[in-house]
Design a protein around this ligand. Structure first.
Ligand code: SF4
Length: 425
């Protein structure tokens, strides 16, 4: 009898541990911290509690500009008890704000847990206020509540709210590349220069620096995602005729090269030309990464679910720095969007989706990885047990995309290990 070889498990079919339980993640309000820096004519008005105001204030740090571009309209006890008409009060707050700050071109009303609990209809409020204030100010709404969103989903919800406002791409226009996901201006400029050198003629970014300057969308728009947590935004853009380019995310020398190659391929740009244009940046990135390799190679790393950056970052660390991902947890796993990443992860990695914080911490204690990437609240308890940690929020707040940030990205992981060695000496 001839032997039958066991069928290989395709990588996309590998088992995923799905967990539901207590979560330890920031809510979607956190996205305002980087979104308000990016969209310089927008204002974010959170309709929430004092807790929401404190979260924003502490996450955004010390205000360095005179007029902040976010605020919280506090829902008081009497509002929660249904003793006041919140819609009227919200209207008054918005009128006062727009009278005092005429430079605001897009106002986001951002929902929170309390506004959801009392069923404040922010979409309707935004529509009514928008009718009054257009064309001067566009008023939109989205939810950043901890009931509906985690951490980076706030950006997804915000960008989704912008999609219906994007102008229609003219039918006869040439194909257009749309890069989606908030990038620091310096990174956006680097990518723009590369796209220019590669020969792309029409490149737009969502969000744009001025929320008012929305790029057009329509059939012929190719969408290149810069962030892995934009599932709803991508769906909304597809609904407007856009087509998502399947690519890994631009982290590290090879991730960035593959991201650019994927876009160039769709636009029929010659591969040799792409290689020539990206060679200097790719080499710079490789050299910068090599400095950290000695510290990171062979080290075991676990990601607890937090920002949805976990899978692309684990791929970068495994393929470009020789780290060994033990468990990679993510709040939500969009297999289609992450297909190019998943296929590069080693077979041995344990993938988990969702969160059951106690069970996950038990596994971390059993695995004892060299480094655990987790939220702020979990870092201290793990450190006190002798486990090195990295705050995932730093990965979201730091410029980490592209060739010129690849060394800094690797450094973010090397630093806690170096600190551990110093402490142990
Ligand atoms: S939206 Fe909810 S989870 Fe976020 S700060 Fe406000 S109350 Fe807390």
């Amino acid at each position: 009898m001839s032997g039958v070889l066991p069928a290989q498990t395709p990588k996309e079919a590998r088992p995923i541990l799905r967990e539901r339980g207590q979560r330890e993640v920031f809510c979607g309000l956190t996205g305002i911290v980087w979104l308000h820096r990016k969209m310089q004519d927008a204002f974010f008005l959170v309709v929430g509690s004092r807790t929401c105001a404190h979260l924003l204030q502490s996450a955004a740090g010390v205000m360095i500009f005179a007029e902040p571009r976010f605020a919280t309209a506090i829902i008081e006890e009497r509002d929660l008890a249904g003793m006041a008409d919140c819609h009227e009060e919200l209207e008054r707050v918005v009128e006062r704000l727009l009278a005092r700050r005429p430079e605001i071109r897009t106002l986001f009303l951002v929902g929170s847990c309390p506004s959801e609990v009392i069923k404040l209809d922010l979409a309707k409020a935004a529509q009514q206020l928008g009718q009054r204030h257009l064309p001067q100010t566009r008023v939109l709404s989205y939810s950043g509540s901890g009931i509906e969103t985690t951490f980076t989903q706030g950006e997804d919800a915000c960008l989704t709210a912008l999609v219906p406002e994007m102008p229609e791409l003219e039918a006869q226009s040439a194909s257009r590349l749309l890069v989606v996901g908030a990038l620091p201006d310096i990174v956006e400029d680097q990518f723009q220069r590369l796209f220019d050198e590669l020969g792309f003629e029409n490149v737009g970014f969502l969000p744009a620096r001025a929320a008012r300057d929305l790029p057009p969308i329509g059939a012929g728009t190719k969408i290149l995602l810069a962030q892995p947590f934009l599932t709803e935004t991508a769906r909304a853009l597809e609904g407007r005729g856009g087509e998502v380019i399947h690519a890994p995310f631009p982290f590290g020398a090879e991730g960035t090269a593959a991201w650019l190659h994927a876009a160039a391929r769709v636009f029929g740009i010659d591969e040799m030309h792409v290689n020539r244009v990206i060679a200097p940046g790719r080499e710079r990135a490789k050299r910068a990464i090599a400095h950290q390799r000695e510290k990171l190679e062979g080290k075991r790393i676990t990601f607890l679910p937090d920002s949805q950056l976990e899978i692309p970052l684990a791929r970068f660390l495994a393929t470009e720095l020789g780290m060994i991902p033990v468990e990679v947890g993510t709040p939500y796993l969009n297999k289609q969007q992450l297909a190019c990443e998943l296929e590069q992860l080693p077979d041995t990695v344990r993938l988990s989706e969702g969160q059951h914080v106690d069970a996950q911490l038990d596994r971390v204690r059993e695995d004892r990885p060299d480094l655990t990437v987790c939220g702020l609240g979990l870092a201290n308890p793990l450190e006190s047990e002798g486990l090195s940690t990295k705050w995932s929020i730093e990965l979201v707040f730091s410029p980490i995309h592209g060739f010129d940030q690849a060394g800094d990205l690797a450094e973010l992981f090397a630093r806690p290990l170096r600190r551990r060695d110093v402490v142990r000496v």
